[in-house]
Design a binder for this molecule. Structure first.
Ligand SMILES: [Mn+2]
Length: 291
C-alpha cells in the first residue's frame, strides 16, 4: 500500500528578517497540485501574533506540533513547509514528542547557511528564526522548549549541520560545548558532499533506529541557483548535488522532511519554486512507493 503523505504548513514569517515566508506553504501546496498534479493532503496553520510574542508563538507551535504528532502516530509521512525557520520548533517538537512516548529519539540533519543556535540572551535581533535549534535542544524561552512535553526534543549527539558559513561566536561556542557535529561549508565540496551526507544520514539512522528528520533552510543551498531567501550567503551547497543526494537516501529511515525560509516575493524568476517542486516531487514519489 502506498505510504500516506501530508503537507503540514507553518504560515509564519515575522520571526525572520523579512516578511513574506508566511505565504510559502500556500504557494507550494497550490503549485504542487496545479503545475505538478500532485494532490496531497495539506493543512496550513497561520500565525497571527507579534514577532516577539512568546505566548502567541507557543500557542502556534503547539498547534503545528499536534498535527506533526498525529501524522507520525497514524504512520503518515509529514512534509513540513515554513515559514521562516522558527517553524522547526513546532514541526520537530511534535515528531520528537511522539518518539519520546515510545522511548525513541529523533535524529536531525539541519541544512543551513546559519547555525540558528542563538539563545534569547545572545541574539541581537531577538528574531526567533535564529534560535530554533537551541530551543529544540532545550535552551531558551521555557514557553518554547516545552511544546507538548517538558523534555528537550533533540539530543546534541543526534544533530548534524551541513552548509554552515555565517554565524556568531556565541552560537558556535554553544554548539561546540554540546559536542554537536558541524560540516562547515568550507569542509564541503561538489566531490565529497554526497558521501558525507549519506554517511551522516546512515549513522543517525542507526543511532535513532530509523528516525531521521531533515530540515532544509533554503539558504543552505547556493544563492546563485536558489535566490528566494531573506538572508542569502554566497557559496552554498550545490542545489543539483543536494537533489541527487536526496534521491539516494533510504527513505525507510526518514521520519519527515522540512523546507524553511522560502520567500515567494523574492522569487522573481520562479527558479527557487521550480527547484522545490522538483525536490518535493521526487521525494514524494520515493516515500510513497518505498518498499
Ligand atoms: Mn535556518
Amino acid at each position: 500500500m502506498a505510504q500516506r503523505i501530508k503537507l503540514i504548513g507553518s504560515a509564519i514569517g515575522n520571526c525572520g528578517r523579512l516578511n513574506g515566508c508566511e505565504s510559502s506553504p500556500y504557494q507550494i501546496s497550490n503549485s504542487l497540485a496545479n503545475s505538478e498534479g500532485i494532490l496531497i493532503d495539506a493543512d496550513v496553520v497561520a500565525y497571527t501574533g507579534g514577532s516577539h510574542d512568546v505566548l502567541a508563538q507557543r500557542e502556534f507551535f503547539i498547534k503545528v506540533a499536534h498535527r506533526a504528532e498525529r501524522a507520525i502516530t497514524k504512520n503518515v509521512f509529514p512534509i513540513f513547509i515554513g515559514g521562516d525557520h522558527s517553524c522547526a520548533i513546532g514541526s520537530w517538537s511534535g515528531v520528537a514528542y511522539n518518539l519520546q512516548k515510545k522511548n525513541q529519539e529523533l535524529g536531525l540533519i539541519w541544512i543551513d547557511a546559519h547555525m540558528d543556535s542563538h539563545r534569547p540572551e545572545t541574539s541581537e535581533t531577538g528574531n526567533l528564526h535564529g534560535m530554533p535549534v537551541s530551543h529544540l535542544l532545550g535552551y531558551g524561552h521555557k514557553e518554547l522548549t516545552s511544546i507538548l512535553s517538558a523534555l528537550p526534543k533533540l539530543k546534541p549527539e543526534n544533530l548534524v549541520f551541513f552548509g554552515i558559513r555565517s554565524f556568531e561566536k556565541p552560537e558556535e561556542d554553544f554548539l561546540h560545548s554540546l559536542g554537536v557535529k558541524i560540516y562547515y561549508q568550507d569542509m564541503l565540496s561538489d566531490e565529497n558532499f554526497e558521501a558525507l551526507f549519506l554517511e551522516e544520514y546512515n549513522r543517525l539512522a542507526l543511532q535513532t533506529n530509523g528516525n531521521v528528520g531533515i530540515s532544509l533552510d533554503l539558504d543552505g543551498l547556493d544563492p546563485k541557483e536558489i535566490a528566494a531567501v531573506g538572508t542569502p550567503v554566497a557559496n552554498g551547497i550545490d542545489s543539483r548535488i543536494f537533489l541527487e543526494t536526496m534521491n539516494k537516501i533510504d527513505t525507510k529511515h526518514l521520519i519527515g522532511f522540512e523546507i524553511g525560509e522560502y520567500n515567494p516575493s523574492l522569487d522573481k524568476d520562479h527558479r527557487s519554486m521550480h527547484y522545490m517542486l522538483e525536490l518535493l516531487k521526487s521525494l514524494i514519489a520515493k516515500v510513497r512507493y518505498a518498499d
